[in-house]
Design a protein around this ligand. Structure first.
Ligand code: PLP
Length: 387
């Protein structure tokens, strides 16, 4: 009786629903399933952050409607964080707004700047929200392939100039989900120049900016010359501090772009619960050792998984960042994932779920203890031996 709007029909059904059902079935059958599918940290939110929230909840002034742009002190804490970790100066008044998780900001940005028929450049494979938010704004997604031979960076000079001229936004995401690739300085400079030349908003999704290994540091795009002319950077406390459930992130960079996003937000939501912002302040102002420790845990798991995969004949590189391993598989990704679940009881995400150029790959998340990852490798060895 109630037909979905045409724009919603254009958003593909949740591909992972079928896999989810299969996983539940295996569990019901008594299988001990190891889920390396979801990108949700297993580690707890650090204690001092939880305590800050508990204290804040008791304060009456924190129980009211928050401001749209976020508490001044939260934005101040973001500014200190960027200055301390990236050497980037941000004005808390003009160059930062709080978000209800960065996904919220990413989903609302196209509504602020995209007219029906405008192009939005999105990576393929990529985080599905770039595609969905473009469609919801009436825009046309233009998929930029991320190919292994180009280190999973899009080739900007392959984008036809008519499309580049009609594009309003380009979404980029480094360190990258799902490929775990990182951006070179040359690429970031090229992307900024491309956006300046074509008057395109550079929306950089920096959700994994702090999840780095082997002394690598993933730069903020705002560290580069002229970046503030075109860039909005989306950032989040979700992955940095194991706070996915808290729903707090922020956007920073170009003032005009932030104002546009805030105009949408003031008409949709009423900001982030201030007690959660107080927890965010405690996180951002806390000891950076907390982040180092989280990265140490992931890098240890990464070594176990990647060494194991390579030993049993699957090809995966050790990522320098993110908590994902992007692994080439010898068949269609959905087929591989289904078989792996059936015979080894392991869940991973088929690459094709992130776009057609993700076909032939599977994404493993490093969000389980190392003992469990070791067991996953053993099971995989048996599984591949029998196939
Ligand atoms: C996890 C993730 C986000 C957003 O997370 P929030 O919890 O909404 O801040 C954004 N982009 C990518 C690529 C992610 O993996």
């Amino acid at each position: 009786m109630f037909k979905l709007a045409e724009r919603m029909q254009k958003i593909p059904p949740y591909l992972f629903a079928e896999l989810d059902a299969m996983k539940k079935k295996r569990i019901a059958e008594g299988a001990k399933v190891i889920d390396l599918g979801v990108g949700d940290p297993d580690l707890p939110t650090p204690r001092h952050i939880v305590e800050a929230m508990k204290k804040a909840v008791d304060k009456v002034e924190r129980q009211k409607y928050p401001s749209y742009e976020g508490m001044y002190e939260f934005r101040q804490a973001v500014s200190e964080f960027y200055n301390r970790r990236k050497g980037v100066k941000l004005s808390p008044e003009r160059e930062i707004i709080a978000l209800i998780g960065s996904k919220e900001g990413i989903a609302h940005l196209p509504l602020a700047f995209v007219n029906p028929g405008d192009y939005v450049l999105i990576p393929d494979p990529g985080y599905p929200v770039y595609y969905a938010s473009t469609i919801m704004a009436g825009g046309i997604p233009y998929q930029m392939p991320l190919r292994e031979e180009n280190n999973f960076l899009p080739k900007l000079d392959e984008i036809p100039s008519e499309i580049a001229k009609k594009a309003k936004i380009i979404f980029l995401n480094y360190p990258n989900n799902p490929t775990s690739a990182i951006a070179t300085k040359e690429f970031i400079k090229e992307a900024i120049d491309f956006c300046i030349d074509n008057k395109i908003i550079l929306a950089h999704d920096y959700a994994y900016g702090e999840i780095c290994f082997d002394r690598y540091r993933a730069p903020s795009f705002l560290e580069f010359d002229n970046a503030f002319d075109v860039t909005i950077e989306f950032n989040s406390l979700s992955k940095t501090y194991n706070m996915t459930g808290w729903r707090i992130g922020f956007a920073c960079g170009n003032e005009e772009i932030l104002k546009g996003l805030l105009k949408v937000k003031t008409n949709v939501d009423s900001g982030v619960f201030e007690a959660v912002q107080e927890a965010g302040i405690a996180a951002l102002r806390g000891d950076d050792e907390v982040i180092d420790e989280i990265c140490r845990v992931y890098s240890e798991r990464r070594d176990i998984l990647v060494d194991g995969l390579n030993k049993i004949g699957l090809k995966a590189k050790k990522p320098k960042a993110t908590f994902y391993v992007w692994c080439k598989v010898p068949m269609k990704s959905i087929e591989f994932v289904k078989k792996m679940l059936e015979s080894a009881g392991i869940v991973a995400t088929p690459g094709v779920g992130f776009g057609s150029f993700g076909e032939g790959y599977v994404r493993f998340a490093l969000t389980k203890e190392k003992e469990i990852i070791k067991e996953a490798v053993e099971r995989l060895e048996k599984f591949l031996g029998s196939n």
